[in-house]
Design a protein around this ligand. Structure first.
Ligand SMILES: Nc1ncnc2c1ncn2[C@@H]1O[C@H](COP(=O)(O)OP(=O)(O)OP(=O)(O)O)[C@@H](O)[C@H]1O
Length: 933
């Protein structure tokens, strides 16, 4: 049996005599059942006592296979031979991190801080891994190499590598894989027939013997990772280095051992599946999964096949098998515990923990530089001088904030198994009970999986990377999948086929990883002068220029001028519909005309595409768009740098572009981190966390931030009270901080081109100090009957004013209000009946459940969505559903800025549908009801 729950008290290590000699023990008090049960004592024996060195009350502990004993009427627990002790099992450590921690704990920390850099060995390693996967899937070697080299074209071009030479090198590595695969299949007696068969077809895997890359998450051991391959249930790790010793390298064994643990747990779950009749809703048997772990691991050192036998001595066979004994698996768990414990108190490893020799370490320079900047102890020593106190404080504060956010992402992971499929679906984080209707292998070996479409709502959108499973994302068979279609059919693509029964939101850490590297790059790598404004050491400076850029809007003209004159930073505050995008495009042109290279970036792909469209409208097309095919709008694909191609050509296009457009998230990619710009223009800056903004800002000499801090705030997953509120610094955007700190560096666009006078009045008064005005008389006086074929008289009397309030006297039931939904649909229908095209009508509701409720009956063509999905767009008619009847809770009420966004989407007519009494309990909503009535 297992015990899992918070630690109450940690005892000291004692040495005792037992029948088998002397042994160490330590007693720990904990509350099992995740803290629900009374505290019990569990005795940790032998090496597990080390755990107490870093175990603190409050931390979560899990002990598997405990021995239960009654002693003087109290049940006591103890570890036994098969037990594993896991510290903070909810903190999911990445397998590659366990590997680097074993090499040197400090390396783990540095990798996390500074991320990967664009370097040839890394790019080549990726290509070899991809080709390995292709070979396992039975693909032709030459085709695979050609395609994978082309896919790395941009990176190779930036590194100035010749694709032919790279292909030749990859081929050398691949020969090691091929040779070993051949050997693997031929020695397989059961598979002899298929082996003979496969030698003709290439090296296709023997059925059920192989799997290429597999995503694995362990709910017991707090580990996650992707194994390169699995052969006969055992992990196979590919290394593109050479190793002429008989044994695999220790850290490589550790990595394979981690996968073995993960596979063991999966084997247990799969075992359970044989008897499961409930569509894959298996539970993890409460046993010792390490028992099920495979006993052999394989390391494949592909460079061994490429070295000259005359020059090297030793064991040149690429494949090295080793046995995965229980001792090694326990060592892996203890190592993983060290990482989880260090992350728990956010301490920093020094490198002295390891036997590693700094003089051979290729991280030595980074190690010393980081130690120097942060005045940290490190085995490698320090270079350079420490950053000032305030910068240090800033670094620490954001470091903690980002780590708190990481924990929130981990909690999302744990929900994959803590919540049932139904709960996940209810939370909008999964689509369950899908009916698979087909699987097709696409060119290049990827699979297209299809299921019947579903009317269920979820956060999952086309283009997202999700977990596709046959019923359970952790305990079932799962693949990382890209969502291609979510309509009549659900279509996803994966590396390996899986029965498509469920999709889950994939909680990715990439956002947190990139915030951390952005923090590192901005604070530790930039010059003191470059950071002066960020840290308030001096005011932003501006040069002279009296060019007129926009002649019909003074504030817009001032904004362009400010951006052009800025030496450090300019801030453009653009309330709804004030021509932010138009001004942004004009600014880009003005900067390019001055010979500057511009990074054009925004929080969402949609905003990036809108900015490109505005540039196109202004006759400017010298743009390279970075992004994935699904992320970029179909009509903007022509600007997109292709995913593969000739290295020189791709790198040339990127280098020569005067405008590079990308989301801020992709500014943290290895390729983008290599780029430098004169100016970074950041749209939607009010929605970005400070470190996410820094990812773009650090790439340029100066920045122009465009946004509106009265609209949606940064998206942060950590709740206000998580980790003692550590994530709070992420809630204020850099835009908001700077505009408050340096009002003179900003300009507000006060004239809006969207809403009628009546519609904009409330937002102007509540959120913009009455400074928002219609840009023209025409804008101010627009009405619904300006639309061709629409008669105001055809509307019911209560909807004839351009702002209306409807109280349908409904009742909230959880996240829906069916009566209100019906009233919303009725209202929409009135507009359609009066001649308004459905495409001109939008409905905003606070919850996806209410969105679904309305969507069921709304006329086709009407857009129904949550407010977060509406930011940045507008419609002639907007209907807002508030759902709440008794108390005002829910996302729309948490922050007044959401209501600002909702109310400012409408151009000609706005209808609020809600409970007047409930809304009246809050002063702002009360005033809103008064205004709308
Ligand atoms: N100076 C101007 N002269 C004429 N039309 C303008 C001017 N500025 C903006 N517009 C027009 O006003 C409309 C709104 O502009 P734009 O889309 O740039 O607004 P926005 O502030 O980006 O909107 P959002 O709040 O959705 O981000 C567009 O049709 C745009 O062409």
């Amino acid at each position: 049996m297992q015990l899992r729950g918070p630690v109450v008290e940690v005892g000291d290590i004692r040495t005792v005599e037992t029948s088998r000699g002397t042994s160490d023990l330590a007693e720990v008090r904990m509350r099992p059942d995740s803290g629900q049960a009374e505290a019990v004592t569990v005795t940790l024996w032998g090496k597990w006592t080390e755990t107490t060195d870093y175990l603190d009350p409050g931390m979560e502990l899990l002990v598997t296979n405990v021995e239960e004993d009654e002693f003087r009427g109290e049940i006591q627990y103890a570890t036994q031979r098969e037990s594993m002790v896991v510290v903070e099992p909810g903190f999911l450590v990445d397998v590659t991190d366990v590997r680097s921690w074993v090499q040197c704990p400090r390396m783990y920390y540095l990798n996390k801080l500074s991320g990967l850099e664009l370097a040839y060995p890394v790019v080549k390693g990726t290509i070899v891994h991809e080709v390995f996967g292709d070979l396992l899937r039975g693909r032709d070697l030459d085709d695979a190499i050609d395609e994978r080299v082309a896919e790395a074209g941009l990176e190779l071009g930036l590194l100035d590598k010749d694709p032919e030479a790279v292909a030749a090198e990859v081929r050398d590595h691949a020969s090691a894989i091929e040779g070993w695969l051949r050997q693997g299949t031929l020695t397989d007696t059961d598979g002899a027939a298929s082996a003979a068969d496969s030698s003709e077809r290439g090296f296709s895997p023997v059925e059920n013997e192989w799997r290429s890359e597999q995503t694995l998450v362990s709910e017991t051991y707090g580990l996650k990772g992707r194994a390169d391959a699995v052969r006969r249930g055992g992990p196979v790790e590919l290394k593109t280095g050479k190793n002429t010793k008989r044994e695999p390298r220790f850290q490589d064994k550790i990595q394979a051992a981690c996968y073995a643990l993960l596979l063991g747990e999966q084997a247990v779950a799969d075992g359970g599946a044989e008897t499961a009749t409930d569509g894959g809703q298996r539970s993890v048997p409460d046993g010792d999964h390490a028992d099920e772990a495979p006993d052999t691991g394989t390391l494949l050192y592909t460079k061994n096949a490429a070295v000259e036998r005359t020059e090297e001595t030793g064991d040149l066979s690429p494949a090295k098998e080793f046995s995965l004994g229980p001792g090694l698996l326990k060592f892996v768990v203890r190592t993983r515990n060290e990482i989880a414990a260090m992350e728990h108190d956010v301490s920093v490893p020094t490198g002295f923990e390891a036997d590693a020799k700094c003089e051979y370490c290729f991280e030595q320079d980074t190690c010393m530089a980081v130690s120097g900047r942060l005045d940290q102890e490190s085995k490698a020593g320090q270079v350079g001088s420490p950053i000032p106190e305030d910068e240090r404080e800033y670094f620490d504060r954001f470091y903690r904030a980002i780590e708190a956010e990481r924990r929130a992402v981990h909690r999302e992971y744990t929900k994959l198994w803590r919540q049932s499929g139904e709960e996940r679906a209810e939370d909008d984080r999964a689509l369950i009970d899908l009916e698979p209707i087909g699987q097709t292998e696409r060119d290049g070996g990827r699979w297209e999986l299809r299921a019947q479409g579903t009317s269920a709502v979820s956060k999952i959108r086309e283009g997202d990377v999700v977990l596709a499973s046959d019923g359970h994302p952790v305990r079932g068979r799962t693949e990382l999948a890209r969502v291609e279609e979510l309509g009549e059919e659900v279509v996803v693509t994966t590396d390996e086929p899986v029965e498509l029964r469920r999709l889950d939101v994939y909680p990715s850490e990439i956002g947190t990883d990139r915030m951390l590297t952005a923090l590192h790059d901005a604070v530790l790598k930039q010059s003191p002068e470059k950071k002066a404004v960020l840290f308030g050491r001096r005011e932003p400076e501006f040069g002279e220029d009296d060019t007129v850029y926009i002649d019909n809007n003074e504030a817009q003209n001032e904004a362009v001028s400010l951006a052009v004159r800025a030496e450090d930073v300019a801030l453009i505050h653009g309330p709804p519909g004030t021509g932010k995008t138009y001004t942004l495009a004009r600014t880009v042109r003005a900067l390019v005309e001055r010979g500057e290279r511009v990074l054009l970036t925004a929080f969402t792909n949609r905003a990036v595409d809108n900015a490109i469209e505005a540039l196109e409208d202004q006759g400017f097309e010298d743009i390279v768009r970075m992004g994935t095919e699904t992320g970029v709008r179909p009509d903007m694909q022509a600007y997109r740098l292709p995913d593969s191609g000739d290295p020189q050509e791709l790198a040339g296009r990127l280098r020569d572009a005067s405008v590079v457009a990308a989301t801020t998230a992709s500014c943290g990619s290895t390729v983008m981190r290599e780029q430098s710009f004169d100016v970074a223009l950041v749209d939607e800056a009010g929605q970005l966390t400070e470190p996410a903004t820094l990812a773009a800002v650090s790439l340029a000499d100066k920045s122009v931030l465009v946004g509106d801090h009265q609209q949606l705030p940064p998206v942060v997953q950590a709740a206000d009270d998580d980790e003692g509120g550590a994530a709070a610094p992420l809630q204020t955007s850099l835009f908001e901080r700077l505009i408050e700190q340096y009002p003179d560096a900003g300009v507000m666009l006060g004239r809006q081109y969207r809403m009628s006078q009546r519609i904009q009045a409330f937002a102007s008064r509540e959120f913009y100090d009455g400074q928002l005005r219609p840009a023209t008389g025409e804008v101010a006086s627009q009405r619904i009957d300006d639309l061709a074929g629409v008669e105001t008289d055809a509307l019911p009397p209560n909807l004839r004013d351009s702002v209306a309030f409807v109280d349908p006297d409904g009742q909230a039931r959880g996240n829906t209000n069916p009566v209100e939904a019906a009233a919303v649909v009725g209202t929409v229908q009135s507009y359609v009946d009066a001649g308004v095209p459905p495409e001109e009508i939008g409905v905003i509701a606070p919850y996806r459940a209410q969105v679904a409720e309305i969507n069921k009956r709304a006329p086709a063509g009407v857009t129904v969505d949550t407010v977060d999905r509406f930011q940045g767009s507008s419609k002639a008619v907007i209907v807002v559903s508030f759902v709440a009847t008794d108390t005002l809770d829910g996302p729309i009420f948490e922050d007044y800025r959401r209501i600002n966004v909702a109310l400012t989407r409408a151009k000609k007519a706005l209808v609020l549908v809600g409970d007047a009494d409930a809304l009246g309990t809050d002063p702002v909503y009360g005033r809103m009801v008064e205004w709308a009535r």
